[in-house]
Design a binder for this molecule. Structure first.
Ligand SMILES: Nc1ncnc2c1ncn2[C@@H]1O[C@H](COP(=O)(O)OP(=O)(O)OP(=O)(O)O)[C@@H](O)[C@H]1O
Ligand SMILES: [Mg+2]
Length: 441
């Protein structure tokens, strides 16, 4: 009996405990289910948030992309050069205009130190100075030296680039090429000078030539009165030579200052070059110059140009003579003709290159000035005349020179231009028919 009771009690207890356990289990399962549902809800929420954030991020990237494209096209379209550097002074951005002004490619300079591509002629680099001193500089005119060694005038402003916390993270330089303006100013100055020379020449001719002729005549008479052995005869001969030199200088000046009109006709540039070289070679033979090679390079399909062939021949001749005079120990004189531009309608370019002594950087900007010469026998009018002849054809003349290596003059002549044949320009000393003046070579 006792045993039965205890079994009954045990069974009853066990049932209750099992029921409790089930209850608890159910409760936990329910809670777990609730937690799971909550978690699922949260995950969905997070998914939604992430999708939203993703869309915003995509919008931001798109916006950033658009801003970058906008800034790049802005940089591309402005005519001023723009160069930005990071805090280490390495180029991070360079626009098309800067590439053009400095004659280089962005791919070659990005990441390089800025002083390798843009520095002043005195060696300083304003972008680096601005970073060093923490200061901007606005609208400064500077003379820079390009990678190819060409000097250019630019107007530039340098500003520091700051991040959101006002820390300097780089600098940017915006610059404008002033070389053409400077060139025009120089031309204008030269034109003024030439006009003044013209007026002066007329006076000189009148005031100097008449008494000079008197002195020459009387000295000649005096010379006749002295015996050859008489030392005074030598002195009088010196006076005669002096008056002759003076007369020649005045004559050259007068011819140079005399207005001239171009006689235009369709002519072949190659023929003008050939005639010029014929004179050059003949003159070299005459003077026994045999250490200079004369070379011709022709890269033109059609070279007919409306021009004044005689005047152009004078210009080419002046340039060839300068070239020969610069090669005192011999060398190569190359005359080349080629087309500018790919469409076949561009300028015709005539180049005269020598392997002579070159022109010093300090004087290269003066060589077209009338009367600038570094030669004892030179009058300094040769290039001024070349310049006038080229300008009258609406052309351009450029020079490239390396001291000790040589010089190249480029003459660009437009094909379709109304040449300035009515304008007053200044004549060459050699008049219509080219003849070599003995003191050359
Ligand atoms: N090819 C060249 N190589 C080196 N220097 C040159 C060259 N062409 C010109 N020059 C420099 O330019 C100066 C001016 O030249 P330009 O022809 O006007 O005068 P010039 O030759 O001195 O005298 P001239 O009037 O008798 O020709 C020269 O004195 C010389 O210093
Ligand atoms: Mg000369």
């Amino acid at each position: 009996m006792i045993e039965n009771t205890s079994i009954n009690t045990f069974t009853k207890n066990w049932d209750t405990e099992l029921a409790d356990a089930f209850h608890i289990f159910n409760q936990y399962t329910q809670r777990l289910e609730e937690a799971y549902n909550q978690l699922q809800g949260r995950v969905k929420e997070i998914d939604r948030e992430m999708a939203h954030t993703n869309t915003r991020l995509k919008d931001k990237v798109l916006e950033l992309d658009n801003v970058t494209k906008y800034l790049n096209s802005l940089l591309r379209s402005i005519h001023s050069g723009v160069i930005a550097v990071n805090i280490k002074g390495e180029v991070s951005t360079i626009n098309k205009a800067a590439e053009k002004i400095l004659k280089l490619h962005a791919s070659d300079v990005i990441g390089k130190r800025v002083e390798m591509i843009l520095k002043d002629s005195d060696g300083s680099t304003p972008l680096l100075l601005a970073l060093e001193r923490g200061k901007n500089c606005i609208d400064v005119e500077r003379k820079i030296e390009t990678n190819q060694g060409t000097l250019k005038w630019i107007e530039s402003s340098v500003s520091l680039i700051k991040d959101a916390n006002e820390n300097t993270i780089g600098a940017v330089e915006v610059f404008r090429d002033l070389s053409e303006i400077r060139e025009l100013e120089t031309r204008l100055r030269n034109a003024d000078k030439l006009a003044a020379i013209g007026a002066m020449a007329a006076c000189i001719a009148h005031e100097i030539r008449n008494p000079l002729n008197g002195i020459e005549g009387f000295s000649a008479l005096l010379a006749r009165d002295f015996e050859d052995s008489d030392p005074r005869k030598k002195l009088v001969k010196n006076i005669l030579q002096g008056t002759k030199n003076l007369n020649k200088a005045v004559t050259e000046l007068l011819i140079f200052a005399r207005p001239l009109r171009l006689k235009l006709k369709n002519s072949r540039i190659s023929e003008i070059v050939d005639k010029t070289l014929f004179f050059v070679i003949e003159d070299m033979k005459l003077k026994g110059v045999n250490n200079i090679r004369v070379l011709k390079e022709r890269k033109l399909d059609t070279d007919v140009l409306k021009c004044d062939p005689e005047k152009l021949q004078q210009a080419f001749l002046n340039l060839c003579l300068n070239a020969i005079q610069s090669m005192v120990s011999g060398g190569d004189l190359t005359v080349f003709t080629r087309m500018q531009g790919d469409d076949g309608l561009g300028d015709i370019q005539v180049g005269i290159r020598d392997t002579g002594m070159g022109i010093k950087k300090e004087v290269i900007h003066k060589i077209f000035d009338p009367f600038f010469t570094t030669k004892q026998e030179g009058s300094g009018l040769g290039l001024a005349i070349v310049n006038k002849i080229v300008e009258a054809h609406n052309g351009k003349i450029l020079v490239e020179s390396t001291e000790g290596k040589g010089t190249t003059f480029y003459i660009n002549l437009p094909r379709n231009s109304n040449s300035n044949f009515d304008a007053d320009i200044f004549d060459n000393r050699w008049g219509k028919n080219v003849a070599l003046i003995p003191h050359y070579l």
